[in-house]
Design a protein around this ligand. Structure first.
Ligand SMILES: Cc1cc2nc3c(=O)[nH]c(=O)nc-3n(C[C@H](O)[C@H](O)[C@H](O)COP(=O)(O)O)c2cc1C
Length: 345
């Protein structure tokens, strides 16, 4: 059953490459994520109309409100790609990625590279907003290129001027990657600098943190890595924002979800071995905060079938159910959100 956050500020699932496909997005929606976005998709890939790229932008009606995130450095190509996406899947909004720190993207003047070239950032946003009208265009930025060039308020004002309708701000610089912590003071200064809705993003791991972050005046909260470990983070945050108690999932609930996620991936891919191999890094994330996570991970790192997973779950539950119920291991409080090896953006 879908969790509703009682009219409080909306919760966004952060776009995450290799993570936020339709299956995972729908799991997060069910647990309380209000607004969903695809992972970043290359404007060039769209223009070449390759089937794989097309797969990245597709979604189900039940996922609405749903956005497609695009990246690229060329205003004309991004605008054309956005029009193509609207034609293909008619999303509720197009989101432009101005935050990706990966070299491959930055070298082609996409993602966070545009944070140090404001005139080009303005041209990109301007072209996409014009091409998409009347469909809303949103953007996601980091707070700057490095700590000597934090320019989020300037970037935000430029984007507002081009007609960008909502801005998500990840409170780290490009240079930081995922190290250190998100700077919510800069996010607060962005909120104060513009009149468009600002969505705060970075290091929200539990209800208490979310309550604190709401105080900054943001219009919404965006959650990424904590959802990879436990999609119930959206329920927990929604409950906290509504001033209601959160009943954490049991270890059994968590394994049920993991099993279901794997089964849906197998159906979608049509190949059990490939699907389970693709799920290995996801399984690592799901075990965060579980009892005896380390030995569990070493088994999961070679898993190749749903049967193997079910056997593992049965043993783990038999060994740890009582203990886990005692400590309510479903809570995301203990999550350590350091960068995972697959971090891209
Ligand atoms: C595996 C992974 C992939 C990501 N891919 C994207 C992406 O495609 N587009 C994007 O804007 N941000 C991407 N991000 C950044 C997240 O959207 C988010 O800004 C970041 O994880 C900080 O939020 P968090 O502390 O809640 O995780 C990615 C992050 C991770 C961990």
């Amino acid at each position: 059953m879908r969790v509703v956050n009682g009219g409080s500020i909306p919760l966004f699932l952060a776009p995450m490459a290799g993570v936020t496909n339709s299956i995972f997005r729908r799991i997060c929606r069910e647990k309380g994520a209000d607004i969903l976005t695809t992972e970043f998709v290359s404007a060039d890939g769209i223009m070449h109309r390759n089937a794989r790229t097309r797969g990245y932008v597709e979604f189900l009606e039940e996922e609405r409100p749903m956005g497609v995130q695009l990246f690229g450095g060329d205003p004309g190509r991004l605008a054309e790609a956005a029009k193509q996406v609207i034609d293909w899947v008619n999303p509720d909004f197009i989101d432009i990625n101005f935050g990706c720190p990966v070299n491959k993207v930055v070298c082609r003047h996409g993602g966070s590279s545009l944070l140090r070239d404001c005139p080009q950032l303005q041209r990109v946003a301007d072209a996409v907003v014009k091409a998409c009208a009347p469909l809303p265009v949103t953007a996601k930025i980091r707070i700057g290129w490095d700590d000597r060039s934090v320019n989020a308020t300037e970037t935000a004002r430029i984007l507002e001027g081009t007609g960008i309708q909502r801005l998500a701000v990840h409170g780290r610089t490009r240079a930081q990657g995922y190290s250190g912590s998100a700077d919510w003071e800069v996010i607060t200064s962005v909120v104060q600098a513009v009149s468009i809705p600002v969505i705060g993003n970075g290091d929200i791991t539990d209800g208490a943190t979310a309550l604190l972050r709401r105080e900054t005046g943001v219009s919404g909260l965006m959650i990424g890595r904590a959802a990879m470990a436990s999609p119930w983070i959206f329920t927990e945050v929604a409950m906290a924002l509504a001033g209601r108690p959160f009943d954490p999932p049991t270890l059994q609930d968590r394994w049920n979800l993991v099993r279901r996620h794997c089964a849906e991936e197998i159906t979608a891919r049509g190949d059990e071995r490939i699907a389970m191999q693709g799920m290995r890094s996801r399984l690592m994330a799901y075990t965060r905060g579980m009892p005896a996570a380390r030995p569990l991970r070493s088994h999961l790192s070679t898993i190749a079938s749903l049967g193997e997973l079910e056997d593992l779950i049965a043993v783990h539950l038999a060994e740890h159910l009582a203990e886990a119920q005692g400590c309510q291991s479903g809570s995301t409080d203990a999550l350590n959100l350091c960068a995972s090896p697959c971090i891209l953006s």
